[in-house]
Design a protein around this ligand. Sequence first.
Ligand SMILES: Nc1ncnc2c1ncn2[C@@H]1O[C@H](COP(=O)(O)OP(=O)(O)OP(=O)(O)O)[C@@H](O)[C@H]1O
Length: 712
Amino acid sequence: MLTFFTFLASAFWRHKGRTLLLVAALLVELAFETFMPLSFKFIIDLAIVPKNYERLILILILMGSGALATVMIGLWRDRMFAGLSARMMAEEYKRLFGKLQTLSADFYHRTSGGDIVARFNSDLISIDAFLKLIPYALLSLFGLVLNLIVLFALQWQLALLAVVGLPLCLIGPKLFGKKALDASHDWKEEQAELTSTIQENTGAQPVIKAFGLQTLFIRRFHDRMNAYADKSANASFLSFLIDRTTNMGTMFLNLATIGVGSLLAYNGVLSIGSLLAFSTILISLSYLVAALTWLAPMLIEAVSGMERVQEVMEENPSVAANEEGPLLASLTGGIAFANVTFGYTPEHASLRGVSLTIPKQTYAAFVGASGSGKSTIINLLMRFYDPQQGAVLFDGVDIRSVNLQSLRAQTGIVFQESFLFRGSILENIRLGKPDASDAEVEQAARNAEIHDFIVSQPDGYDTDVGERGSRLSGGQRQRVAIARAILRDPAILILDEATSALDPATEAAINRTLAQIAASRTVISVTHRLASAEHADCIYVLHQGQIAEQGTHQELLQLPEGRYKQSWNKQSGFEISEDGFHVEVKAERLRMFPIFEGLDLPLLAEISRYFVTESYAKERTVIYEGDPGDKFYVIVRGKVEVLKKDAQGENQQVAVLSDGDFLGEVALIKNIPRTATIRTLTPVVFISLQREFFQELMQRAPHLLALMASRL
Ligand SMILES: Nc1ncnc2c1ncn2[C@@H]1O[C@H](COP(=O)(O)OP(=O)(O)OP(=O)(O)O)[C@@H](O)[C@H]1O
């Protein structure tokens, strides 16, 4: 409650001039509204009873002029307050949005998008709804006080009775106010959950359809909706209860005072005019009390909305921007990780005691299995997170001690899925350097080799990219993102799986572009595709958050039984056509699959001819758990997730497989149902072998077939 009133006080204080005018206008309206019922006293006692016609006309003229003036002032006040309240709310929206820009990555990981959106489109809206009613609330409140004063002036004993009885009207708010506020807060949280559910559901439609999950999600939504309806009913009922109990109180109070007033008038203590004025004022008083209680539910919603907004406002960014800190000087020596340990959660360290040095203008590549900590290196380097132990150093300076913006100003980053904003290509590229001239933007587009495509479009650089860049292909989006990154002319270029979601031809083309841009910069690249790291000055092989091996490609291949060497062998042995539609696998590579162990090379060469190439887009299901299995798959490029149903029948990710991994070898020997679902995480190129072809070939070596079956 206090937070909300503090917000109101500071908002009105910021606009004190207009607030004063507002109060003045309200007082004029108030004076007139109080005078209206009082006019009965003057009309009856001063004009009608003494039969004074001139006085009657004078009073009516005064009333008419007052009404006209009040209407004009009211209109002006409405216009002025509409502007004032809109501005106050705009300030509040900006404050919340600005705060969100300062919060660190961990906030966005633990808070759902729907919850954040709900703070704007539900919580701020309820504050707005109440704010617009403030003149009305003030009018009611001031009216209450003024009417009470007038009542005392008319007949103080009767007025005393009204005042003593007034607390009757406040029993409801006292009894149910706190409960109603809590219920409203719960309801708003449920509202935020509902927004998240709907958002997630619309974003996940391809998965839901692919897995046939409609019924499951409808059932879940019904449960969520039922919980929402319960909370909504509880919150509304408590608000109604406050309203109802207050109305009951005013009704009894009216009855009591009218009864006593009539007795006083009967005994000649009160004039008829005063009695009429008194009861009219009392009725308007009860309207005012009713109006105030009608406002109570809205106040409760606004207060709980403000509490939720304030929760965000009170969040402290876990990574301090250090705006007052010294600016980071241009990199002259190198970047170092000094014994860095970091975990996203206290239970699990994603990097453990990592130490390394990347000299200026060299190319460092981080490779390793999924989950080994590659992206975490970049998260720490960009200060999306800070390490729990150790430090990241630029020329020996801990990056936590310098101004954060000056660190990020030295870097340009290209992600696997580059986010393009709604707007034109020009606007998207210019985000890399907002004050760049058109010529600079064009040069960046040329360097990213997207200029020719842009000018071939009817709208050229003004071509609209659509929602999240949906009107461009994956390769074009990535090139726009590269142009955006190089427009900054960064000393340090970071590539986070920048090409792994692209088809082979586009990937090769973009890699060539990146190689040109990379010369004369420090490049830090994260990739699971070793061919992309082959030419790096130093390759770091991560394993479970530690550096398992490091060196050049050649050095790493020399390490007997090294992880890099194994992965390299796993990812080699495939020849992919330029367009990515045809893959040849070498007999030697086939021999590395456990199932083909022991087969001679001529037989393997023949088997290799029976493999066919299959390409899948991102987020497609390749195999469904429980379906009959009749094919063996090898991933040539891309990533898939392996999903298994848990006890509740929901798919859980159990592994991520990538280039060189294989699945379903048992299908070559036996016809048994698939034990897991396989879904693509990126575009994937597989080669696959049908059981019937394989078995046909193996007729020549039946003893080997029997041996393979015994190994499974
Ligand atoms: N936001 C997060 N919250 C909790 N744990 C996380 C988060 N991000 C990553 N992790 C965990 O940290 C570890 C390292 O993750 P990281 O993303 O660095 O791996 P990676 O090598 O880049 O994997 P991939 O190739 O699949 O992207 C993993 O165990 C992962 O589950």
